[in-house]
Ligand binder design. Structure first.
Ligand SMILES: [Zn+2]
Length: 382
């Protein structure tokens, strides 16, 4: 039994809708879980005491959308895009070639670097997708690498149709032998539903096969244009529809009534110089919104949830409170987790101490390293 008392918390953002913000608070973590929350100075004794010195404490970020298992570098493509070359789904193939050519140890080492980068910026739960292998063996290998770092592993064989491959043949592979190989290593299945990737019927077929194999569904939907992705996600009871940059009125209504989380990925719009999703429209309709990095080498190579919070506030007109909520509680909803993204007794003791009096500083001071300490399951990891 080990316990840690965090005392002198100037502002505790809990993420718990019942008591979302507490001032002059204390928190006790015991055996990896939150054991007690209450007023500063009144906490029970603990083995270790950490004085927050009036700083703000928030739950560890839940980054519910990331593509971390890859090799290669697409900085030249980024530079070209900044000079006016448009983004298309086809760039994924460049990373596929580099990833297939890399050894498993290299992929693991590269993923570890990105996970550590995320931890240093306050992320304590991350979802990791496959999708740069696109063969049975390469997809299984990516998921095995991902599973070393998280329980939230996502099979994304349907990222893009590989070159010189018939789309129908590829869908048969993704829903057949590739699914059989990958399902034991995955919790989720995802499809890139977009022009140039997979259409609505293919998305429905692939997700349905994954659901039948015991996986939960999530969809890349409406990134580059309106399409059927959100409708299929809502129809099949997916946990989350991700991107949601281009939505019809029916899409917004379907998200609100189905409870499917809209996961917004403003790093992608930033890095492709594209219009941002309309977060106010979604929030106004009562949709649960999550924020995630979409960390990937092509369209959003950031591992920083604080950066995404700053973008959400500045570019998508979310309030700082809405943005922090979306980066913690929202991300947890997108992964159907109630033990993370929130600080309340019984939840995992994942918390971030900021070098600031309020989480508002995450947007107010963009680009400044404000993460002072990160604790995961009651252990200090940064
Ligand atoms: Zn993505």
């Amino acid at each position: 039994m080990t316990s840690v008392l965090f005392d002198g918390i100037g502002l505790l953002y809990t993420g718990d809708p019942e008591a979302e913000e507490l001032t002059d608070a204390a928190l006790v973590a015991q055996d990896g879980l939150v054991a007690w929350i209450g007023p500063a100075g009144e906490a029970p004794d603990a083995d270790q005491r950490v004085d927050a010195g009036g700083r703000c404490v928030i739950p560890g970020f839940v980054d519910s959308h990331a593509h971390l298992v890859f090799a290669g570098d697409r900085s030249a493509e980024f530079a070209a895009r900044m000079s006016g070359v448009p983004y298309s789904a086809g760039g994924i193939r460049t990373t596929v070639a580099a990833t297939r050519g890399a050894g498993a140890a290299e992929l693991t080492a590269r993923t570890a670097v990105l996970v550590a980068e995320m931890a240093a910026q306050g992320t304590t739960t991350v979802e990791i997708k496959s999708g740069y292998g696109l063969t049975v063996e390469d997809e299984r290998r990516a998921l095995r690498v991902a599973a070393d770092f998280t329980a939230e592993t996502t099979y994304l064989g349907a990222h893009v149709v590989p070159p010189d491959t018939d789309p129908d043949d590829y869908v048969r592979l993704v829903t057949g032998p590739m699914l059989d190989a990958c399902a034991p290593h995955a919790r989720w299945i995802d499809v890139f539903c977009e022009r140039g990737a997979f259409d609505g019927d293919q998305t429905r077929e692939i997700l349905s096969a994954g659901i039948a194999a015991g996986l939960g569904a999530r969809v890349h939907a409406g990134q580059l244009g309106e399409g059927p992705g959100v409708a299929v996600a809502c129809e099949l009871g997916a946990a989350s529809a991700d991107h949601c940059t281009h939505l019809s009125a029916a899409d917004v209504e379907a998200l609100a009534s189905s409870g499917v989380v809209a996961t917004l990925l403003p790093g992608a719009e930033f890095s492709t110089r594209s219009p941002y999703p309309d977060a106010r429209r979604l929030l106004g309709a009562g949709v649960t919104v999550a924020l995630a990095t979409d960390c990937n080498p092509g369209s959003s190579f950031t591992s920083s949830m604080p950066f995404c919070i700053a973008l959400a506030v500045r570019e998508m007109r979310m309030t700082p409170l809405e943005a922090v909520r979306a980066a913690t509680y929202g991300g947890a909803r997108a992964l159907r987790r109630d033990d993370v993204g929130v600080l309340r007794p019984g939840a995992r003791a994942d918390l971030v101490m900021l070098d600031a009096s309020s989480y508002i500083h995450l947007a107010y001071r963009p680009g400044v390293p404000l993460v002072r300490q990160v604790w995961q399951a009651g252990q200090r990891i940064f």
